[in-house]
Design a protein around this ligand. Structure first.
Ligand SMILES: [Zn+2]
Ligand SMILES: [Zn+2]
Length: 350
């Protein structure tokens, strides 16, 4: 199938329209017309080569919302016209213990990311959602509930699941005290989801500038990390901290905020962090942990949870040809919303 997308042709160039082919349907494949495509901070890291050498042209995008156009003969769960989504993975071995219990993101044989990785069967490079169409095996296709606004649902598939999974893993519920570091794409979803789960949520920020935004999202307040007195007064006041900052940073100021047995979960930065002292961990049995997206069932769960609680990411809808401008804004720092491309602005004859 012929399609068109926006691709990076090298690590330092602007993204440009790119004509390419999607594979012919295999028996268990679903062909999707992409309607909306979210722009994730990790797209930017990947395109820039921050996480290792890439093969170009590279079509990023792993927050995909669309409609089923066609299905292979063995597909049972989807039919033409269904509203569907695709997140950060498009395949895994489907036979190891992690895949068996629904944590395909930790597949023993390595999951296949939505873009920039070899397909398990034919070895071609996967290409992501900044495109008109995608073909994905049905096990990795998600159902988009009717209650969700399709134009604002895409970021649930990465920013949403990445924060939902650790909130569930660490049993956040009524009365939990949750801190969120960073109020970008991930952070703003973390606040909304944790509030809906019944938690009391504090946003940790370098300035009070974000206070209004944080409160509008449902947070009970902002703790300014550069305010030493306020940080000291907040010692041992949190059960869980979600650290969504996507660059190297210092954990030292945050660990004392955790109560005994509290956990700080890193979901933003992949790579080196500044040194941190072990004392706050020992004197308080605190933990520093990490978490990667979530499994396929859990991704369906977060879509359903957002539908049930009327949670939508804060989105700014842009045209596909504005992608390079969006990247330059994101490179300058956190924005408390997600850019989502309306893919109807991209035509095959472009
Ligand atoms: Zn992402
Ligand atoms: Zn597996």
């Amino acid at each position: 199938m012929k399609t068109i997308g926006y691709a990076a042709f090298s690590s330092d160039a602007q993204m440009q329209p790119y004509h390419f082919e999607r594979r012919a349907l295999r028996d268990n494949d679903v062909a999707i017309e992409i309607l909306f495509s979210g722009i994730c901070h990790s797209d930017l890291h990947t395109v820039n080569g921050d996480w290792g050498k890439q093969r170009y042209p590279l079509v990023p995008g792993h927050e995909i919302i669309g409609r089923v156009m066609d299905v292979g003969p063995q597909v049972t769960r989807y039919k033409v016209g269904d509203k569907v989504g695709v997140g950060c993975m498009v395949d895994s071995c489907q036979s190891c213990d992690q895949c068996d219990h629904g944590e395909e993101q930790y597949c023993r044989n390595g999951m296949t990311p939505t873009y920039g990785a070899p397909d398990r069967i034919d070895g071609t490079m996967t290409q992501g959602g900044y495109s008109k169409h995608i073909v994905v095996r049905e096990e990795f296709v998600l159902r988009v509930p009717d209650a969700l606004d399709m134009s604002r649902a895409a970021p649930i598939l990465c920013a949403g699941i990445t924060t939902f999974s650790p909130l569930r893993t660490w049993n956040v519920g009524k009365g939990s005290r949750v801190g969120v570091i960073g109020l970008g794409g991930l952070g703003h979803m973390a606040v909304k989801l944790a509030v809906a789960m019944g938690a009391e949520v504090t946003v940790l920020s370098r300035s009070a500038r974000k206070a209004q935004e944080a409160e509008a999202l449902g947070a009970s307040g902002v703790l300014v990390s550069t305010d030493k007195a306020a940080m000291k007064a907040a010692a041992a006041s949190l059960d869980l901290i979600l650290d969504t900052v996507p660059v190297r940073h210092d954990l030292k100021p945050y660990l004392p905020l955790l109560d005994v047995d509290g956990t700080l979960v890193i979901v933003g930065q992949v790579g080196d962090m500044d040194d941190f002292a072990s004392a706050p961990m020992i004197f308080g049995r605190r933990r520093v942990a990490g978490s990667l997206i979530g499994g396929i069932q859990e991704t369906q769960d977060v879509l359903d949870f957002c539908a049930e609680h009327d949670i939508h990411p804060v989105c700014e809808i842009i045209r596909p040809d504005q992608v390079n401008e969006a990247y330059s804004v994101m490179e300058k720092g956190d924005i408390a919303h997600r850019y989502v491309m309306d893919m109807s602005g991209l035509a095959l004859d472009q």
